[in-house]
Write a protein that binds this ligand. Sequence first.
Ligand SMILES: [Zn+2]
Length: 385
Amino acid sequence: MTVKTPGFESMLAGLVNLPSVSSTRAELDQGNLNVIHTLANWVGSLGFTTEVIPLPDKPGKGNLIARLGSGDGGLVLAGHTDTVPFDANLWQSDPLTLKATDDAWFGLGACDMKGFFPLAIEAASAFRAEDLKALLTIVATSDEESSMAGARLLAERSELKATGTIIGEPTGLTPVFAHKGIMMLSIHLQGSSGHSSDPGLGNNALDAMYAVMGELIALRTELAKAHRNPAFHVQVPTLNLGCLRAGDNPNRICGHAELQIDLRLLPGMDVEFIEATLRERVERVAAEYGTPCTITQFYPPIPPFATDPNGELVQCLTSLSARAPCSVGFGTEGPFFQTLGMETVIFGPGSIDQAHQPNEFLSRKQVAEGKEILTRCIERFCFRG
Ligand SMILES: [Zn+2]
C-alpha cells in the first residue's frame, strides 16, 4: 500500500510545532484539539474512521478514537497529546521546532510522547482495512500530564474494546506491567494568631501540624509493614512530606499551616480506603489540638496499575523486544484503559529520563526498533494473514 501520510520526521515536526501544554495552573494550560485534528487527518488518509470526543467543561480539549478494520479482539495503540510546561531559556534550541541530528530528534514532547503517534501511524500504514481480522484502534488523549481527564472520560464512556492496549509512554521499549498509584493531598490547619509572649493568646497551628506529621509518619510505617511488592525498586508504599508552609513571623503564634504530601501506593491497595483512613487520623489529631482541618486533593488519585506479566501482550512485547518486563515508578493512563477489560501494557520508545526535561529527545534507533515491534504486534493481533 502506498503511504499517504507525511514521513515520520515531518509528522513529528508538525506535532512538536503545535503547543499543547496541560497544567494544573490555569495560566499555563492550553488546548490540544490542534494535535487531535492533525492526527485525525493523517489516520483518516490511511482509511481509519475518526471520532473526536470533546472533554466536557474543558473547551479546546478532546480525545481522538480512530478505528481501522473490524472484528472482535484487536489492538489499541494509545498515547497522550499534551506536554508539560517548559523553560524555553534552558533549551539549546526552540522547544517547539523539531531539531534533527544524526542520532535523535529534539523537541518538546518528542519523547513524552508525541513521537509515539507518527510511529504508530507508520506501523499502521502497512495494513489495509480489508486485510484485518480484528479492529486496530489508535487513541489520543488529553490532559494526561495534569488531571488524566481524557483517559477518565474514555473509561466512563467504555466504548473501547480490544484484546490488548499498548500505551506508548517512554519505557525504552521495555514492556511495563505495573506501576504505583499516586495521590497528592494538601492538609490545612487553622489555628489562631497572637503575641508569642503568651501562648494562651492564640492556638498554634504549627504545634498541631507537628502532631499531624507524627501521625502521618506512623501511618507510613504501618503501611510499609503491611504491604510489600518485590516487583518494585522501592518495594513498599511511600508517603512523602513534601512541602510545609506556615505562619509569618517568629514573634506571632502560628495562625495557619499547610502541609502537602504525596502517597505512592502498590497494586492491590485500595486508594479510597487509604485516603479515608488518613483523613480520619489527621482529623482526630487536629480536633485534639482544636485546629479545624481541611484536606484537599490536588487532582483525583491515579490508581495503581498491574497486569499479569505472563499475559499474551506482555509476552508478545517481551519476545519482540528481547527485554524482560518490569515495573516503573511513574503513573500512566494504564489503570483507566485496564478498567475497560483490555490487557494493558506500557511500552514505547525513548527514556523517561528525558521526559519533562529541557532538550528532550527521541533516539532514531528506538524509533526504528519501535516501528518494527509495533508492526509485528499489529500483525499478531489484527492481521488476517
Ligand atoms: Zn507521558
